[in-house]
Design a protein around this ligand. Structure first.
Ligand code: ADP
Length: 540
């Protein structure tokens, strides 16, 4: 027997309509690419999104067309999120930090019809515009006064397009299974792979991440997504925040410690989201000038592991709870989260810090499990570790226009991560499968070693990789960026790590470097380092 309830599709345009009607005066504040702060309300944003929808129709954008963006987190990018998906086209956020060849590959692979680009990226675009095969036009996200002189012919102006249109538009209704947004993974090996989110997956994810036991977003929140809108849709935060009508604050192109601190303070931000490197910059800045964050209640950290040092620094210096989350492009991204529970509040701090280092528990809607190489499920005892698999309505079922059957196993997605799960459901990432160090048949977690090294006060950044060893196959070496002006010797570092990790995990060498390479999403580029240091222990 079928239920008899309405089957109204879950559409992204519905989020915006809700915010317009219920929270019309709530603000969206953005630092602009041209400089200065832009401030408007959900009511204003709704009008501009409808103008943009009319402009897209005039440009000939059809349902299913991909519309690319090369843009920072601003109100204009926000408008594109809602208008492009709202007209049943697909917003394709391109990560400008990728190598130009990868950007060309992605735009051509997606067959983007139009590309909306921030002023910052016009020069970048000029260097490869002639290789983009599917584009009908490029729109610069600025007003007439700021339009650049460019070698690209026929650039259109965003504000002019909008000015010419009416703010009346009826958002169409269509299947919630329709594609809404497209994101490519950063592809550290091989070509980037596209993940195509649907309206349904986006809305279910948005609803799930607002929950108190997830990000805890309510209409009283003031949310700063520092995580870029070109990185897994800023972790879905623009949709989730709109759903609650909370105040949304966009950092524009300025993500250095000083700019973030200023914006957080001025807008009284109480929740901020970003990868660890961003917070390292902000923490260092605040330490230098002796400032704290008064308004912030929680900082959400994901994309890479949050170290104990970072968790402790936020807690003890700034009174901020660090919410550790895990996910990936293929998981929309939120899979697990370690939000503040009553149990955590009552725990001794040292125990709580250990727990906070775990990547947390699955949010309702997704399930996770760990399996061995034969696919046999492993114990949830916090000790056994294996391949992390995930399933749920906002987890990718396949890649866009590419077959990778090895990643999709009987309704589960193989994340490529190695993890433990404990009896209360807390998952902890041991490593990416390709980064785990295989020493004499045993495994060493590079993440755990890196975090231990970060505990040393002279260390800014650490990276552990496995390199060739004549006896043990692979042994770990530790690469360190020191704080400026600090002295630190190899022996001192090894002594510091002794007792913090198993003896046989201690790195075979400590190498001090000026800087470490990062991927386009801010992760350590270990593949390059492995190539560079492959024979380091043999040649020594
Ligand atoms: P990329 O495009 O850089 O691969 P993703 O965001 O898809 O970007 O990367 C996902 C990977 O990042 C995960 O599979 C995991 O290895 C790592 N990751 C994400 N969050 C965490 C975390 N909290 N702790 C450790 N690793 C994480």
């Amino acid at each position: 027997m079928q239920g008899q309830m309405m089957n109204r599709p879950l559409l992204i345009s519905g989020l915006l309509e809700h915010a317009e009607q219920v929270y019309p005066g709530s603000e969206i504040v953005s630092r602009q690419v041209e400089g200065g702060i832009h401030r408007y309300t959900y009511a204003d944003a709704g009008k501009r999104c409808r103008k943009l929808a009319n402009a897209l129709a005039r440009l000939g954008v059809e349902p299913g067309d991909r519309v690319g963006t090369l843009a920072w987190n601003t109100n204009r990018h926000y408008e594109l999120y809602f208008a492009v998906s709202g007209v049943q086209a697909v917003v394709h956020t391109v990560n400008p930090r990728l190598f130009p060849e990868q950007i060309v590959y992605i735009i051509n692979h997606a067959e983007d019809r139009y590309l909306f680009v921030d002023l910052t990226f016009v020069a970048l675009l000029e260097s490869f515009a002639d290789q983009l095969t599917s584009l009908r036009g490029i729109i610069v996200m600025t007003d007439r006064a700021n339009m650049p002189n460019s070698s690209i012919d026929g650039l259109l102006c965003y504000e002019e397009l909008l000015e010419a249109e009416s703010d009346q538009y009826d958002w169409p209704s269509f299947s919630e299974e329709s594609a809404a947004a497209l994101c490519y993974t950063s592809g550290t090996t091989g070509n980037p792979k596209g993940v195509l989110y649907s309206h349904r997956s986006t809305i279910l994810h948005a609803q799930a991440i607002c929950q108190p036991q997830a990000l805890n977003i309510s209409s009283d929140s003031i949310v700063l997504p520092v995580v870029p809108m070109f990185h897994v849709c800023a972790w879905g935060s623009p949709y989730a925040v709109t759903l609650t009508g909370a105040k949304l604050v966009f950092p524009g192109p300025n993500m250095d410690g000083e700019s973030l601190h200023q914006l957080i303070d001025a807008e009284q931000v109480n929740m901020a989201l970003g990868v660890p490197t961003i917070w390292m910059g902000l923490l260092a800045y605040m330490k230098e000038i002796g400032k704290t964050l008064e308004s912030v209640e929680s900082v959400v950290v994901g994309g890479a592991a949050a170290s104990q040092t970072m968790i402790q620094q936020f807690e003890e210096t700034h009174g901020i709870f660090l919410v550790h989350a895990w996910g990936m492009t293929e998981t929309s991204p939120l899979g697990t989260i370690s939000s503040c529970s009553q149990e955590m509040k009552e725990m001794p701090l040292a125990q709580r810090y250990k727990l906070q280092q775990k990547q947390g528990r699955p949010i309702y809607g997704v399930s996770i499990k760990i399996v061995d190489d034969d696919g046999v499920e492993l114990a949830r005892d916090g000790k056994a570790f294996g391949r992390l698999l995930i399933t749920g309505p906002w987890i990718a079922a396949s890649y866009f226009r590419e077959d990778h059957p090895e990643n999709f196993i009987e309704g589960w997605f193989d994340t490529g991560d190695v993890a433990t799960i404990d009896s209360k459901g807390y998952m902890q990432i041991v490593d990416r499968r390709k980064d785990v160090i295989k020493s004499g048949g045993e495994w060493i977690s590079s993440i755990e070693l890196e975090n231990a090294a970060l505990g040393h006060p002279s260390v800014t950044e650490s990276c552990v990789i496995g390199v060739a060893h004549p006896k043990w196959d692979e042994r770990p070496i530790l690469l360190i960026v020191k704080k400026s002006g600090e002295t630190l010797a190899e022996a001192e570092m090894i002594e510091f790590l002794t007792g913090k990790v198993a003896k046989w995990w201690l790195p075979d060498a400590v190498v001090f470097v000026e800087e470490l390479p990062h991927t386009a999403t801010g992760k350590l580029l270990k593949m390059t380092l492995r190539e560079q240091y492959q024979s380091y222990l043999i040649d020594r």
